[in-house]
Design a binder for this molecule. Structure first.
Ligand SMILES: *[C@@H]1O[C@H](CO)[C@@H](O)[C@H](O)[C@H]1NC(C)=O
Ligand SMILES: *[C@@H]1O[C@H](CO)[C@@H](O)[C@H](O)[C@H]1NC(C)=O
Length: 349
């Protein structure tokens, strides 16, 4: 009898904790994004960096065909997730000088192409480090307070979906500059620990629903195939993919325990397997080409090498997984977001 009572109390506590953890089915007021080119909608446009793409043929499939600074032919995942959440078709870049206070209300992206968790990555590329993005986020919140009041700011902190996407540039580029200090495994671990530190900082600033993307199979992007995959075979760069997997295998359990430790919801969002499967079996997803980008001759071009002077850009980017030699097309992003959001978004809505 006594044992039964204890058991019941235990079950009630578990049910109660789960209910609090999931929160009310509040609508998401805003999407707030940190990270790199996957999520950048134009933050690099006014920076003194070579890593920008606010010129054609970037944006050729964007609404009205404009090159906005998105590293793709069309929209990028920040936009696609904002659309899924019913917020807007596009997510503004925080550094856009034309933003008015009301444009901030449904969220912004602080992401900067070329950045990473390693502070050295942003330094090499002259872009905004994820750590500086947190400083801009503080400024964002104070702008919301100033223009719309404390309560609105609190609602945005409590209920918005916060997304963090980084690591590709650290793994693919900065590691080469750091290899005297780290071996592959310890560098991947250092990055995963940095990601966890980032989430803690973001949580301290008030964010409560945080999703962190895994690393992607960055060894399979066309550029890596061209440089490291063999002249004729152009296979994936396996050691680099293994580093990405090491990062993920350390990040995933660390975020799970953070989810238990902190209030709110901390999600590890696995993108590796989905993108890898798309690259291995493009036809299953309606793609024709997986090992070259649409822009230029598709094997090396990125940023200024993919501009209107090159005559080779493909006409149908929907048939390609990659837009340039590093970044997916809007259609590939849409496939990933559709697949992921069904799985993960229900946990934060
Ligand atoms: C929660 O909100 C979503 C999105 O508005 C809706 O589809 C879903 O049915 C709601 N769930 C519950 C349990 O009310
Ligand atoms: C473009 O490619 C997609 C995907 O392979 C295909 O479904 C579509 O028919 C193609 N469009 C044209 C105009 O060829």
């Amino acid at each position: 009898m006594k044992l039964h009572m204890l058991w019941l109390v235990f079950v009630l506590i578990v049910v109660e904790t789960n209910a609090t953890k999931q929160g009310k089915n509040a609508t998401i007021p805003a999407l707030i994004v940190f990270g790199d080119s996957i999520m950048d909608t134009g933050n690099n446009n006014n920076l003194p960096t070579l890593l920008k793409c606010n010129f054609p043929p970037y944006g050729k499939d964007f609404i009205s065909g404009l090159a906005t600074g998105r590293f793709s032919d069309g929209r990028v995942p920040s936009d696609l997730i904002a659309e899924k959440l019913g917020l807007a078709k596009t997510l503004p870049a925080y550094m856009n000088r034309n933003l008015k206070p009301k444009d901030l209300l449904k969220g912004v992206t602080f992401a900067s192409g070329g950045t990473g968790y390693d502070p050295l990555t942003a330094k090499i590329m002259s872009v905004i480090s994820v750590w500086d993005q947190l400083t801009y986020f503080k400024e964002y919140i104070s702008k919301i307070k100033k223009n719309f009041g404390e309560e609105k700011a609190q609602n945005i902190l409590d209920n918005s979906f916060f997304v963090v996407v980084s690591s590709s540039n650290d793994l693919a580029h900065t590691y080469l500059a750091q290899s005297h200090r780290y071996d592959r495994t310890s560098y991947a671990n250092f990055l995963a620990d940095s990601a966890v530190k980032f989430v803690r900082e973001l949580h301290k600033l008030g964010a409560r629903k945080i999703g962190v993307f895994s690393a992607v199979p960055v060894g399979c992007v066309p550029l890596q195939r061209t440089v490291f995959g063999g002249i004729f075979t152009r296979g994936c760069n396996k050691p680099l993919n293994n580093m990405a997997k090491q990062f993920n295998s350390r990040l995933s359990p660390a975020l799970d325990s953070l989810d238990k430790e902190l209030d709110g919801i901390i999600l590890y969002i696995d993108v590796y397997d989905t993108l890898f499967d798309m690259i291995q079996h493009p036809k299953r997803y309606g793609f024709v080409v997986a090992d070259r980008g649409c822009c230029g001759i598709g094997s090396l071009a990125i940023s200024y090498m993919c501009n209107s002077l090159n005559p080779f850009t493909c006409s149908n980017s929907s048939a390609y997984i990659f837009w340039d030699s590093y970044h997916p097309t809007e259609r590939a992003y849409q496939v990933i977001v559709d697949k992921l959001l069904d799985k993960y978004l229900s946990k934060v809505i």
